[in-house]
Write a protein that binds this ligand. Sequence first.
Ligand code: URA
Length: 262
Amino acid sequence: MSERSSQVIDQLRAHLEYYLEMGIDRVHSRVKAGAVRLAVTGRTRSKSESSNSGKGSKDSRQTILFTDSRPVPNQDSSLEDVRHDLGDCERCKLCQGRTHIVFGSGNPQAALAFVGEGPGADEDREGLPFIGRAGQLLTKMIEAIQLRRDQVYICNVVKCRPPQNRTPEEDEIVACLPFLLRQLAVVQPKVICCLGVTAAQTLLQVKTPISQLRATVHTFQGAQVIATYHPAYLLRNPSAKRKVWEDLKKIRSILSPDHLGN
Ligand code: URA
């Protein structure tokens, strides 16, 4: 096996382990029109080995198994199921300062989903995503590609407002991520637009800067993923609007005419 193949397998294993550790054991496959259950074997480290840095298992098996590929019903038949499970969430410290959980809004069958970072003050007060100044700019971005807000789905990586709008911390993202993934699995958008670095790095599980992530159309669970600058960044740096427009045109070119508004 070439060194490159081995690196790709290691990256894939790390990616799958990340999901398994979060309790996500299925990925949806459009090819098989169902879900495949994940099992990762090979150089998987046990919890004690993981905490003992640098002492990974010497097991050199290279198997990554996707088992149980029979079509199975979607685990969540609706966004209401996901919202129900989220409940009055206290899984991380962000619950302490919130007024409302901001779950998401829009078309549950949208071809295009936007994922932001986390609610701000306006969103926390109203319980709806992207309704403040950044949200108004997002509405303009959506309309620029001939769609209306109610045709797309909008949500965030974390559902509760971080204090002083700081960037969500790792533990907060990890606590909330299963719900974002379940939302996206229900909506099954054709395109996911990550607004800003937090959304892009979280979904793609990389540490690459947004300036580089923009350059590529990525894939995630059968959806095409486009990363662009966050509207709040655009409010501070209007000169970046030209780049965002390029990204929006990419989104528009992927969506078929059926998905564009009348
Ligand atoms: N910024 C975000 O990332 N999300 C919102 O909902 C509002 C502002």
